[in-house]
Design a protein around this ligand. Sequence first.
Ligand code: ZN
Length: 478
Amino acid sequence: MAKEKKVEQITDMEVDFAQWFTDVCTKAELVDYSGVKGLFILRPYGYAIWENIQNILDKKFKELGHENVSMPMLIPESLLQKEKDHVEGFAPECAWVTMGGSEPLQEKLCIRPTSETLFCDHWSHVVHSWRDLPMKYNQWCSVLRWEKTTRPFLRGREFLWQEGHTLHATAQEAVEETLQMLEVYADLCENYLAMPVIRGNKTDKEKFAGAENTYTIECMMHDHKALQSGTSHYFGDGFARAFGITFSDKENKLSYPHQTSWGLSTRIIGGIIMTHGDNSGLVLPPAIAPIQVIVLPIAMHKPGVADKAQELVSRLKVAGLRVKGDFSDNSPGWKYAQYEMKGVPLRVEIGPRDMENGQCVAVLRTSGEKITVPLDELETRIPELLETVQSQMFDKAKSNLDSHTFVAHSLEEAKTLQEENGGFIKTMWCGDLACEMAMKEQAGMSSRCIPYAQEHLDDCCAVCGKPADKMIIWGVAY
Ligand code: ZN
């Protein structure tokens, strides 16, 4: 007799959240470790999640008039150094190529940590007139940042992402683009990934190296820490000046164009895991789940069961769902645990008695609820149940966010709230870097964003007591 497959065990999230996360990443077969620290192998199931995210975003980018391009992966040192703030920001994380075969290179080459400099160099060749604008480019690629501590999805040295880069004739048009793309990310998170977001802009301290303004969406994880989930940057004309990109405007006057960039990476998969997962493993939003429905025949040796299960798989496929049947000889117990671990939103079981009654049983990954579905309603009821799972997931994440967002009126109060409950702390802020640093040093929290949705909590900065008119959100971030 074949050896029965064992159900994989994972650490409880309440015992050790970090270990739980790592367990889910490996046991749900999302990643494997490679021979180089911080470079992870995205296994087919993990890559399929990324592909589904890619498909959603790529379609939106194109609808909004962006074109995909491919830039080189190496940046000459001289090019990287053209924009002062940018090089200072990225220098500590750069990995360099110094040899070509056995010959030392005359100029060392940086493996791209991000590609602003490459886009700017290219644009300085091809942009001449207002007729050439706007340039609305995107590339899907991987980048390399030499991080010291690394974790799957959350902090890899190499990670997959998309980076959008656009160039516009006016500042207003570039700002509009920046905000529009942040909204694309917010829509992805809320309506596909079931992750509620807080939209806002970063402080000067936290903004992207070389940007005038960085806009962000911040999500709260199950452990109440923050994850910066997508950013969109407005550069003004700083890069254009540094790289000598000019165009003759409609009055035939030479001008500098205004620039944006925006990116979302495989880090978001870490966010999905930490927002929705539980002690049985991954829980995937149906909108991006590689397998939306797993069909399991019960008592498969009984006549007709396997055929009937196969028929359900075919019907659901025709209905446009991502569906799979498991006809292996593994025990039902193993199969339940396996597809729960993989976060499949819906399990559909069919056995001899169900067949007699013309029904199957659907089990929701979120609540474990079992729902009897008449077989002649399969094509309407199953998509409805997937919708239910999707909205249950959003509601749960939203209630986690709402119940762990607090108001504080002093640094001391903010610190106590963070220590006792974790989560996001809203306070007023005067805008001084010194107060931001004090919050970091004394309460262990960084500024997450200055939310679009402002509230007037009181008249003074929670840290220094000086007049303040901005509300800011603090948190402990991944
Ligand atoms: Zn202050």
